[in-house]
Design a protein around this ligand. Structure first.
Ligand code: NAD
Length: 436
């Protein structure tokens, strides 16, 4: 099939590349000329495991090409994916200007039948707005489908190639059949393609993300309470998670959720509720608890240094909002760094993939190191913000040798308390006893 993807970011590029992998001819369009030039030169503009191999293979096979021209994209594809940003607006709602802006232009350009597929995460009713925006100028027939994306950064290729489910919101038989044909190769193992109305599809995505953010946040509250009463959240987590109704995943406490999706999606659903005179009380709490959780290590750090962080140097392991990505959008590390900088501290950091993005944001205010051990030199303490695998079994002797004070503040509970107790190290984590 001939496919076009408008917006070639984390979702658009993975979608375009994986659809090319199953033999479709794909044109990926992006407004960012630099990005398009990079991709034309064979460079993957983001870090996403395994994407480079597929990207390379499909470019060489001539199935994946890049353009800055919306017109070229619309002329090429019968199915047009919109993988455009829907960032948080000032009032917490999803900013639909990218999606609706492109939709208006689509009407001006298309001359034959197209299926316009919304991949962006959007509030209920957006498919209808897209339909109206296209209709204003459209000279040909078209259908609008809502097809929310559930991929996780860091596992995006795997998630796209082997999705647990595909959700298609559609009220057109013709469009539904095209979508089912397109996705058939990805569900050969028997996972479902679930067809529903557009509104339910739109809400499915928000509900899934809000539920996961709530699950994390609930566990963070349990962890905070564990600290008050001397319980160990690791034991509680395992005790709870073995109940199959609860499940073991997403129960790990830490310094809060971040990223380009959970924070904005929880707020957007909360705001959509308000707009429909429905108050999501749970989500209101989730937002507040998570805001505080992102800086939950700060009082522990301040207390350890007797309220004086002036000219103290902190080494940070992990900047990305989660492992296996270079994405730093809403990363908890940044909130903690901002607090420490405000108190006059110096920051040195190491992250396997996200340092360039953070360097661009902080413009010389942070020093970066090439390795996880170099960054410890002359630092007063180590702070762990992202649970990259390479941090899981460190050489504690090297840590002790390099740091001025033998202290670790671990925002991701990477080490067993019993293991750290054998080292001569002070250790502060989340929801477990402090080792002083
Ligand atoms: P992104 O910011 O990485 O990518 C968006 C791309 O769209 C950028 O490359 C940008 O240059 C391009 N763009 C902006 N305006 C354009 C225009 N007028 N024409 C062409 N291109 C344009 O965003 P993303 O992370 O891929 O997210 C896209 C959507 O998918 C969002 O709604 C997001 O909530 C949703 N989503 C994201 C993820 C994720 O893990 N990142 C997962 C599921 C759903």
């Amino acid at each position: 099939m001939k496919i076009s993807v408008i917006g070639t970011g984390y979702v658009g590029l993975v979608t375009g590349t994986c659809l090319a992998e199953t033999g479709n001819e794909v044109v990926c369009v992006d407004i960012n000329e630099q990005k398009v030039q990079k991709m034309r030169n064979g460079e993957v503009p983001i870090y996403e495991p395994h994407l480079d191999v597929l990207f390379d293979r499909n470019i060489k096979a001539g199935r994946l090409i890049f353009s800055t021209s919306l017109k070229e994209g619309l002329e090429h594809g019968e199915v047009i994916f919109l993988a455009l940003p829907t960032p948080e607006d000032e009032d917490g709602s999803a900013d639909l200007s990218y999606v609706l802006g492109v939709a208006e232009n689509i009407g001006n350009i298309i001359t034959d039948y197209k299926v316009i597929v919304g991949k962006s995460t959007v509030p209920v009713g957006t498919a209808e707005k897209v339909r109206e925006a296209i209709s204003k100028n459209a000279k040909s027939t078209f259908d609008v489908v809502s097809n929310p994306e559930f991929l996780r950064e860091g596992f995006a290729v795997d998630d796209f190639l082997k999705p647990e489910r595909i959700v298609i919101g559609s009220s057109s038989q013709r469009a539904t059949e095209l979508m089912e044909k397109l996705y058939k190769p990805f569900v050969r193992s028997g996972n479902p393609i679930i067809v529903m109305d557009e509104k339910s599809a739109e809400l499915t995505k928000y509900a899934a993300n809000a539920f996961l953010a709530t699950k994390i946040t609930f566990m963070n509250e349990i962890a905070n309470y564990c600290e008050k009463v001397g319980a160990d959240v690791d034991k509680v987590r395992i005790g709870m998670g073995t109940d199959s109704r609860i499940g073991k995943r997403f129960l790990f406490p830490g310094i809060g959720y971040g990223g380009s999706c959970f924070p904005k999606d929880v707020k957007a659903l909360h705001k959509s509720g308000k707009d429909s005179q429905y108050e999501f009380k749970i989500l209101d709490s989730v937002i507040k608890v998570n805001d505080n959780q992102k800086i939950i290590l700060f009082p522990k750090i301040k207390n350890y240094f007797n309220n004086d962080l002036q000219n103290k140097t902190f080494a940070i392991w992990g900047l990305a909002f989660k492992p296996e990505t270079d994405d730093i959008r809403e990363a908890p590390s940044l909130y903690l760094i901002d607090k420490l900088l405000t108190e006059g501290a110096n920051i040195k950091a190491f992250d396997p993939e996200a340092m360039d993005n953070v360097a661009r944001k902080y413009q010389g205010k942070i020093q970066f190191s090439k390795t996880m051990y170099d960054v410890l030199e002359n630092a007063d303490a180590l702070i762990i913000c992202t649970e990259w695998s390479i941090f899981r079994t460190p050489d504690f002797n090297k840590i002790k040798y390099s740091l001025r004070k033998n202290v670790i503040f671990d925002g991701r509970n990477l080490y067993d308390i019993s293991d750290v107790e054998k080292e001569d190290i002070s250790y502060f984590s989340i929801g477990r006893k402090d080792i002083k």
